[in-house]
Design a protein around this ligand. Sequence first.
Ligand SMILES: Cc1cc2nc3c(=O)[nH]c(=O)nc-3n(C[C@H](O)[C@H](O)[C@H](O)COP(=O)(O)OP(=O)(O)OC[C@H]3O[C@@H](n4cnc5c(N)ncnc54)[C@H](O)[C@@H]3O)c2cc1C
Length: 390
Amino acid sequence: MIERVIGFAGAGFSCAVVARELVTRGPFKAVIYDERTHVAGNCHTSRDSETGIMVHHYGPHIFHTSNEHVWNYVQRWGRFENFSHQVKASTAKGIFHLPINLRTLNEFFGKKMSPSEAEKFVQSLGDRSIGEPKNFEEQALKMLGRELYDNFFYGYTKKQWGVEPRQLSASILKRLPIRFTEDLSYFNDPFQGIPRAGYTAIVENILDHPKIEVRLGERLTREGVKNFEHVFYSGPLDGYFSYQLGKLNYRTVTFEEHRADGDFQNHSVVNYCEERIPYTRIAEHKHFAPWEKFDRTVYFKEFSKQTEDGDTPFYPMRLDPDKKLLQDYIKLAEQETAVTFLGRLGTYRYLDMHVVIEEALKLAEVCLNESDIKRWPHFSTSPLSSGAGG
Ligand SMILES: Cc1cc2nc3c(=O)[nH]c(=O)nc-3n(C[C@H](O)[C@H](O)[C@H](O)COP(=O)(O)OP(=O)(O)OC[C@H]3O[C@@H](n4cnc5c(N)ncnc54)[C@H](O)[C@@H]3O)c2cc1C
C-alpha cells in the first residue's frame, strides 16, 4: 500500500494526537516539525537540574476533564496521579480560597453562614441597578457587588488583560464559578491529575511510532507545505500568512524564577489580586507533585503583558477588532487546499488540554473517514466558536 506523507507544524498535543491516530489507523506517514527544541508545546515539563523538581516551563498545567473517553485516552500514554487543584487569592484583606466559595465568604466577611444563607447574602450584595450587563465589570458588580469585585477581580483582571475590566466582554465572568459549598477544588471536573513523569513524557510516548518522524528546532513554513500531501498546522493562524492582514492580539506571560530552601508559600498557586503588586500569581512547582519530596524549592512570579515581536503568544484576546480580523484570516485559510489549522494557535481560541485532545481525536476520525485528502477540513473546529476552559 502506498503511504501518504503528511506534514505537521507543532509537536504539542494537537498535532501529536492527530499524527498518532493517522499513522496507526491509515496509510500515512507523519513528519512533525517543531521550531522549539522539545516536544509537548506549551505543556512542556522537565526536571530542574539543581533541585530535581518537575518544572512546567510555560506555566502550571493541570489536566482536568469531564470527558471519560479523553481521560482514558491520556492514561494510555503514562501514569497520572490524582491532583485536586486548589488556588489561593492574596487580597488587601488577607488570603482566601478561589473560586469564591462558602469558606471564602465566611472568612472574608467574618460570618458563619450556611450554604443557603450565603447564597441569599451574595444575592443581596449584587448591584440591582444593572440590567443586562454590557461588560465584565457590570457582570461582576451585578453578580457579586462592589466589595468582592474590588478585592478579588478588579486588580487581577486589569493586570492579566492589560485593559480596564469594563473593556472586556461580560462572557469572561459568566464562566467563573462561585460556590456555596466548602468544595475547594478549582475545577469542577470529575477527572483531574498530573502525569507522574511530566507532560513531555506523555507526548513523547504518543509520538513514539516507526511511522512518525520528529524534527525539532525546525520550522514548517507556508512554502514547505508543498512537500506534503497535506499539512496540519498548529502554529498561529496569522503567522502562517506572514501577518499580511495584521496581527491578532494575544497576551503573553513572562516568568521570574526564584529559588529558596524549604517551602516558599506552602501551596501550588497564589493569585495576587491587588493592582499595586505587578505580578498576577506565584506558582511553586513542587506542590504540583505532592507525591515527591524536595529540600529546596523553585517558584515563578508571572507577569502578563501584550505580545510583542519574539514573545510566545499565550492567551488570545479576542476583542472586537480581533474577531473582525479573524474572519478575514478564515477566508484566506479556506483558500488553502492542503492545510488544516488546529489547536489553540491555529484556531485562535483559549483551549485546555482536554479540549485540544478531544478536537484532535475527532479531526483524525473525520480525516480517516474521508479518503479524498482534498476534502479534509480547513479547521479542526471553527475559530469563531469560543474557546473552552480558562
Ligand atoms: C499559562 C497557561 C496555563 C495553562 N494551563 C493549563 C491547565 O492547567 N490545564 C489545561 O488543560 N490547559 C492549560 N493550558 C492550555 C494548554 O497549554 C493548551 O491546551 C495546549 O498547549 C494546546 O496544545 P497545542 O498543540 O494546540 O498548542 P501548543 O502547545 O502551543 O503547541 C504548538 C507548537 O507548535 C510549534 N509551532 C508553531 N508554529 C510552528 C511552525 N510553523 N513550525 C514548527 N513548529 C511550530 C510551537 O513551537 C509549539 O511548540 C494553559 C495555557 C497557558 C498559556
